[in-house]
Design a protein around this ligand. Structure first.
Ligand code: MG
Length: 384
């Protein structure tokens, strides 16, 4: 029986993880749950799973006290450090499925106390990939990806020798706006951008998918997870999202990882690796598959991917600045303060102008993150 702590248990990945735990009650048990604001759902989860620990984020003191009284078997944390507090309690598996930079410090706190990090929070590796991967290696903690593309590549790479690998090919659905013209993108609304064609996800990642920033983040994530140079990481648009990613070997063979679009599968694999569990969910139905199509991404309409490649190649604190600027820009777009096409422009400007630090310490990344947010907000105020 493995204990599982979930950072972000009320979001879409967190809920899928609980579906996996429900399906394998003899293999996994919940140790800790947490939310940032969805207290109602978290309370239902606490009632059902009776976790040892729960983190409630920012919460009114009266509500906090009444919840604590209701569930005396659970130890509660609240406030800014609540995620780090439950991460520091350790577990066999810690699933980090929070959104954005907020995953970085809790992941670092968890590494010395946790056997395996099931990583769904890609921003952790975008902002602090070198530090996180080094820490994990120092403590013999496994980092297993939950992101569907990286889960696919992780499985495929276990089948080939590293020397035989020519490149990895990350597939992209292309997001909700893949067929829009440049003119249409200029006036796209948050409502339109939030309609993702294949994956049902939170609003931040859906906008990141629409700009292709998400795919750029995944390139940086792959660089850190698999220790690959950027010229061995390619991206192809594959609208059907049936192939979750591919690898190519030097002899010209291409291996594709296929499956249904359900995050429960990569979560199940991250929890059970190297064992393969019997899938209690759906299987791929080839009779319903009409075709698989592929196309190059359009750099002009979707500049974010190239911006991420450039930031990744510069390295140091640049991807951290890029991530911070993106969080601010996406939030401003959702609040209708800026245009869809402004997001990539702002991200490029703020990451290009960040004071470069080649091998930043974590304190320097925290400062890069803070300053980039301030600069992005200042710049957005000038645009409004
Ligand atoms: Mg993905």
């Amino acid at each position: 029986m493995k204990s599982v702590s979930i950072l972000g248990s009320t979001g879409s990945i967190g809920s899928s993880a609980l579906r996996v735990i429900d399906s394998f009650p003899d293999k996994f048990k919940v140790k800790a749950l947490s939310c940032s604001s969805n207290i109602k759902t978290l309370e239902e989860q606490i009632q059902k799973y009776s976790p040892e620990f729960a983190a409630l984020g920012s919460i009114e003191p009266e509500i906090y006290d009444s919840i604590k009284k209701k569930y005396p078997r659970t130890i509660f944390f609240s406030g800014n450090s609540a995620l780090s507090d439950i991460a520091s309690e350790g577990a066999d598996i810690l699933l980090t499925s929070v959104v954005g930079y907020s995953g970085v410090i809790p992941t670092l706190k968890a590494i010395p106390k946790t056997k395996r990090i099931a990583l769904a929070n890609k921003e952790t590796l975008v902002a602090a990939g070198d530090i996180v991967m080094n820490e994990a290696a120092n403590h013999n903690t496994e980092i297993i990806p939950v992101d569907s593309e990286h889960s696919a590549i992780f499985s495929l790479l276990s089948e080939v020798k590293k020397d035989d690998l020519k490149r990895v090919i990350i597939t992209a659905s292309g997001g909700s706006l893949r067929d829009k013209t440049a003119d249409e993108l200029f006036s796209i609304t948050p409502e339109e951008a939030l309609r993702h064609p294949t994956w049902k996800m939170g609003s931040k990642i859906t906008i990141d998918s629409a700009t292709l920033m998400n795919k750029g983040f995944e390139v940086i994530e792959a660089h850190h997870l698999f220790n690959l140079p950027y010229d061995k990481i390619d991206v192809v648009i594959h609208p059907e999202s049936v192939i979750h990613s591919m690898i190519e070997t030097n002899d010209g063979s291409v291996f594709a990882h296929m499956g249904i679009a359900d995050m429960a599968l990569p979560i199940m694999n991250a929890f059970s690796h190297p064992a393969k569990l019997n899938n209690p969910f759906k299987f791929l139905d080839f009779s319903k598959l009409k075709s698989l199509s592929f196309r190059e991404y359009d750099e002009k309409r979707f500049p974010a991917l190239k911006i991420c490649y450039e930031a990744g190649k510069r390295g140091g604190n640049v991807p951290c600045a890029l991530n911070a600027a993106n969080e601010i820009a996406v939030d401003a777009f959702l609040k209708k303060k800026i245009r869809f096409t402004d997001i990539s422009m702002i991200v490029k400007k703020i990451s290009d102008e960040a004071d470069f630090i080649k091998s930043p310490e974590i304190e320097e990344l925290i400062e890069t993150d803070r300053l980039s947010r301030v600069n992005a907000e200042k710049y957005i105020r000038g645009l409004c």
